[in-house]
Design a protein around this ligand. Structure first.
Ligand SMILES: NC(=O)c1ccc[n+]([C@@H]2O[C@H](COP(=O)([O-])OP(=O)(O)OC[C@H]3O[C@@H](n4cnc5c(N)ncnc54)[C@H](OP(=O)(O)O)[C@@H]3O)[C@@H](O)[C@H]2O)c1
Length: 299
C-alpha cells in the first residue's frame, strides 16, 4: 500500500483528494490532517485532528505514520488576510513547508505542494513554469518562498501551480468563484466582478487528479495546472450564469482600480500547459466543458 498524508483534508482540494484516492483504497492508505473535527463526511480513512503549525505534533505524527507521499494542501489562502497578518502567513505558507521538507528528507518521502499564479506580476500572461516570478502580494511572496524551500532541498518534490480553484465538497469553510456566482444569482443578488483581470480557472477535480498523476508518475519539478482558456473574471461569471441557466443581468462589472482591495492582484495570469500536457500526459479542457462536468456532479 502507498501511504499518503493529505494536509488540509477538510479543504476544497483536500476533500477532493480524499474522494479520488479512496476510490482505490486497495492501493492508497490515506491519512488526513486538518484542524478540529473531520468535515469530509467520510470515515474510511485515518483522520488526525491537528494544527500543523504545531511543529512537534506534526513531526511526531508524520514520523509515526512514515508516509511515502505528503500532499500539502493546507495554506493561508485569503490574499488580503495574508497582507494583514504577514507573520501568520509566513508560518503556515513557508515555515510548515520547511518542516515538511525536513521530515520528507528523513523519511525519503515525496512532497507534493500546491502553489499559485499569484507568484507572477500579471504583466505577461500565459505563464510557463520557467517564467520569472515577481509577486505583487504577500500571499504570492509566501508561496514563492515555499517553492524556493523545495528547490533548495534534496527531497523529491512536485510543485503544482494552480489558478482560481472551484468546485464543491461536503462541508466547506469557504466559498469559491463559481459557487459564489451561482448562489448569488439563484438568490437574485447583484454582484460586482472585475472585468480587467484574466485567469485560466481550475476545476478542483482536475487539480486532485494532477496530484494523483504526480504520485503515479513520480513526477518531480514544477507543473502548471489550470483549464486551457484565458477569460476575464467577469466572463467567468457570465459563463457560470449561462451553464446554470441563471439571469446574468445581476452581474455588474468593475475595474481593478476602483475595487481598492488590500493586496494587489496580477492583472493577467493564465498558464501555458505544454509541459503538463507532455510530461504528465494531462490535457485540461475549457472552462465551459469543466463547468458542464461540475454541473453534472450537482444533479
Ligand atoms: N483556492 C484557490 O483559488 C487557489 C488558487 C491557487 C492556489 N491555491 C492553493 O491550493 C491549495 C489548496 O487550496 P484550497 O482552495 O483547497 O484551500 P482551502 O479550501 O482553504 O483548504 C485548506 C485547508 O487547510 C486547513 N488548514 C488551514 N490551516 C491549517 C492548520 N494550521 N492546520 C491544519 N489544517 C489547516 C483548512 O482548515 P479550515 O477548513 O479549518 O480552515 C482547510 O481545510 C493551497 O495551497 C492554496 O494556496 C488555491
Amino acid at each position: 500500500m502507498i501511504k499518503v498524508v493529505i494536509t488540509g483534508s477538510n479543504g476544497l482540494l483536500g476533500q477532493s483528494l480524499l474522494n479520488l484516492l479512496l476510490k482505490e483504497n486497495d492501493k492508497y492508505d490515506v491519512y488526513g490532517f486538518s484542524r478540529g473535527v473531520n468535515r469530509s463526511g467520510r470515515n474510511d480513512f485515518q483522520y488526525i485532528s491537528i494544527d500543523i503549525t504545531n511543529k512537534s505534533q506534526l513531526t511526531e505524527e508524520l514520523l509515526k505514520i512514515k508516509p511515502d507521499y505528503i500532499i500539502n494542501t493546507a495554506a493561508m489562502t485569503q490574499v488580503d488576510a495574508c497582507e494583514n497578518d504577514k507573520a501568520k502567513c509566513d508560518i503556515l505558507n513557508v515555515e510548515v513547508v520547511e518542516w515538511l521538507a525536513a521530515i520528507c528528507q528523513e523519511l525519503s518521502a515525496h512532497l507534493i505542494h500546491i502553489s499559485t499564479d499569484f507568484i507572477f506580476d500579471g504583466k505577461k500572461g500565459w505563464y510557463k513554469e520557467t517564467d520569472e516570478p515577481n509577486p505583487l502580494s504577500y500571499y504570492g511572496l509566501s508561496k514563492l518562498k515555499s517553492e524556493q524551500v523545495l528547490e533548495k532541498s534534496n527531497i523529491n518534490y512536485t510543485i503544482l501551480r494552480t489558478i482560481l480553484v472551484y468546485g464543491k465538497v461536503f462541508d466547506m469553510s469557504r466559498s469559491n468563484i463559481v459557487l459564489w456566482v451561482k448562489e448569488s444569482l439563484e438568490n437574485k443578488r447583484e454582484i460586482t466582478i472585475v472585468d480587467d483581470q484574466y485567469r485560466t480557472p481550475t476545476y478542483v477535480e482536475d487539480l486532485a487528479l494532477a496530484c494523483k498523476i504526480s504520485m503515479d508518475k513520480n513526477a518531480t519539478g514544477i507543473f502548471n495546472i489550470s483549464s486551457s482558456e484565458l477569460l476575464s473574471i467577469f466572463d467567468i461569471a457570465k459563463q457560470v450564469a449561462a451553464v446554470f441557466n441563471l439571469d446574468d443581468s445581476y452581474i455588474k462589472s468593475i475595474s481593478t482600480a476602483t475595487l481598492n482591495q488590500t493586496a494587489n492582484r496580477p492583472i493577467k495570469t493564465g498558464f501555458d500547459l505544454s509541459k503538463t500536457n507532455k510530461e504528465l500526459n494531462f490535457y485540461p479542457k475549457t472552462f465551459k466543458d469543466d463547468l458542464q462536468r461540475f454541473k453534472e456532479t450537482l444533479m
